[in-house]
Design a protein around this ligand. Sequence first.
Ligand SMILES: CC(C)(COP(=O)(O)OP(=O)(O)OC[C@H]1O[C@@H](n2cnc3c(N)ncnc32)[C@H](O)[C@@H]1OP(=O)(O)O)[C@@H](O)C(=O)NCCC(=O)NCCS
Length: 185
Amino acid sequence: MLVFFKRYRMQFDLRNHCFDDLAMPPHFRLLAWKPRLMAAHAEAKFRSFRDELDANVFPCLGDADGCLKLMSDISARRDFVPEATWLIAHSDPERDYLVNCGTVQGIMDGPDLGLIQNIGVVKSYRGLGLGSLILLRSLAGFQEVGAKVVSLEVTVQNYSAIRLYERLGFKTQKIIYKTVEVPSP
Ligand SMILES: CC(C)(COP(=O)(O)OP(=O)(O)OC[C@H]1O[C@@H](n2cnc3c(N)ncnc32)[C@H](O)[C@@H]1OP(=O)(O)O)[C@@H](O)C(=O)NCCC(=O)NCCS
């Protein structure tokens, strides 16, 4: 059985946009891409998406191994943009380990257009401004490599994500439909 998910393609114009330095809340760090962070990105991605609508649209997002493979595939692409790929880690002072709580990746589609991939913040860390901060850092990274515009897709029922994108200045460009094959009931 085929299911259609209605999605918005939204765009951010980087031209003439100046990004301020980002101040992270205490105990949170933005980590630039390094191959050794692949599993940390995959973990943050899985924990961000596993209970969300987009895990139906892209089933790999609801599966830990699927997220690892996705990270591996994205980071191996020739058009992968390390500068637009960031991880947020939280060092809880009461624990002696880091929690990987936010992730975003970037790829290029030609010389001018950046594509945001799978931005996610783990549920218990939402509403702290982390989604805004990691997205702004990714946009600044796209600007550093010469992108002029950045595009992303979002499922229309994903209201909190759409509010975030609109607040930061993304504009809806078009409506698209993603087809997913699901087992018949
Ligand atoms: C979309 C998503 C990344 C947003 O992450 P987030 O960290 O909650 O984003 P922010 O904290 O920057 O913004 C969320 C809300 O917190 C508010 N907020 C921001 N900073 C704040 C602060 N310091 N204190 C209190 N509230 C704050 C924002 O105003 C916003 O309010 P709104 O929902 O009424 O618009 C997150 O919900 C998510 O991972 N969702 C699941 C995965 C997903 O669907 N990703 C998008 C795929 S297209």
